[in-house]
Design a protein around this ligand. Structure first.
Ligand code: ASP
Ligand code: MG
Length: 442
């Protein structure tokens, strides 16, 4: 058995839903995880925002637009009037729930219920379509098995027990359908696995069921050597190690959510990235491959802020780094990258919510300067491999005429990170792609 996850654009129109349904049908007896149709979760966020602001007409207006959109989808997706009426009724119940929130007190708990509607709708639509084309699909509600524990982390034991039980109740299913992203928390309230969390759902399901493979279907043929939207002549990467995929996802490759890698890695389940627009394309396989001594891809993480703290006596004054890190820790701010010298330390963060307070605090320990609008460029592969000691030189050479603010190398065997200005990003990424991939591979 496999887990197949389809993202928002893969189910983004009636035509795409039909196409994906055919892919699913041909793939055998698997578990299918769906995202909301593209744009829907953003619209739900907007509705919640109106409700927080007590702008009831704004919320109602947006709900009505969403309802009209889905009425159009229902009309186009199904051929029989009977299915159209039945699915419209089901969706109407969801819209009633949304409307209900315009008349009650609105808190984070209600917001989570609203955000859950997108996946509830997309799975209802897909199931209706399967019924119409005569495929026995069974909907396994994520809210009945997907759960986080007290610390907010997935409760693997609960998920495993409940999901196995639900699947065992439906031995005749040809396809199991379920919602990505949504879950319940430790108190049984509706919650979610954060934006983009459907990939995480797929990986968690794959892990607890110990499936043969987790497939993440999007609309690009796998992880590319660079971001094809801004880099020319990229090509798909055939194989990635789990660690490489984790680095790429964390440092900005949008195709895979960073949280998705860990459950698959821990259970050693291959993750395959595939393209609904070109289902025959090989895509990218992420697994526990032995080191192959190559650079795989370059990713970039935007909106980075660099903070430098200079102190006259950093090395002699032991405890300096401790105090610096402790400050970030106290403000719940994660550090992405760091570089040290005798006289100071530079770190980067992407969450600037507490920046002013952090800087204020750091001024007790040294002279502080802040650079915003920076980008981390992350070169990923078997960087420390003995087979090619020139990787680092190649990367630096590629950026010879671009100011590099920080370099971090040696934290793992899998990445070299460089911090540059946002205005140099496009040029830097194209140069790296040329130097690292085009010249070596012709
Ligand atoms: N629908 C959710 C989102 O847009 C989850 C996902 O698509 O992965 O964030
Ligand atoms: Mg996604």
């Amino acid at each position: 058995m496999k887990v197949l996850k389809f993202g928002g654009t893969s189910v983004g129109s009636p035509e795409r839903i039909r196409h994906v349904a055919n892919l699913i049908r041909q793939s055998g007896r698997n578990i299918v995880v769906l995202s909301a149709m593209s744009g829907t979760t953003n619209t739900l966020v907007e509705i919640a925002d109106y409700l927080y602001k007590r702008n009831i007409p704004g919320a109602q207006d947006t709900i009505n637009q969403l309802r009209a959109k889905y009425q159009g989808v229902v009309d186009e997706l199904y051929s029989s009037d009977d299915t159209k009426a039945r699915i419209s009724d089901k969706l109407e119940r969801t819209f009633q729930v949304l409307t209900h929130f315009t008349n009650c007190e609105f808190t984070a708990a209600e917001e989570k219920e609203i955000l859950a509607c997108g996946e509830l709708i997309s799975t209802t639509l897909m199931q209706g379509y399967f019924e119409e084309i005569g495929v026995r699909s069974v909907l396994i509600p994520a809210l009945e098995y997907m759960r986080t524990g007290e610390g907010g982390e997935p409760d693997m034991k609960y998920i495993s027990t409940r999901l196995n039980r639900l699947l065992a109740l439906e031995p005749d299913a040809e396809v199991w359908l379920t919602q990505g992203y949504i879950c319940r928390n430790a108190y049984g309230e509706i919650d979610n696995l954060r934006r983009g969390g459907s990939d995480y759902s797929a990986s968690l399901i794959g892990a607890v069921l110990n499936v043969e493979e987790i497939q993440i279907w999007t609309d690009i043929d796998g992880m590319h050597t660079g971001d094809p939207r801004i880099v020319q002549h990229t090509r798909p990467v055939k194989q990635l190690h789990f660690e490489e995929a984790a680095e790429l996802a964390y440092f900005g490759a949008k195709i895979l959510h960073p949280t998705c890698v860990l459950p698959a890695k821990l259970h050693n389940i291959p993750v395959r990235l595939l393209n609904t627009l070109d289902p025959e394309a090989q895509g990218t396989v992420i697994a526990n491959f032995p080191p192959d001594g190559t650079i795989k891809a370059v990713a970039a993480k935007d909106n980075i802020t660099a903070i430098k703290i200079k102190s006259g006596r950093m090395l002699l004054a032991y405890g300096f780094l401790h105090k610096v890190f402790e400050t970030f820790n106290r403000f719940n701010t994660a550090i992405d990258m760091m570089a040290t010298s005798e006289v100071g330390v530079s770190v980067t963060i992407d969450n600037t919510q507490h920046l002013a307070a952090i800087v204020d605090e750091l001024k007790h320990f040294g002279t502080v300067s802040v650079d915003s609008d920076m980008v981390i460029v992350c070169i990923v592969g078997n960087i420390n491999s003995d087979s090619n000691s020139r990787f680092c030189a190649q990367a630096v050479e590629a950026l010879e005429d671009i100011p590099v603010r920080m370099i971090s190398y040696g934290g793992s065997n899998y990445n070299i990170s460089m911090l540059i200005r946002a205005c140099d990003k496009q040029r830097a990424l194209n140069k790296l792609n040329e130097h690292l991939f085009e010249q070596n591979h012709g």
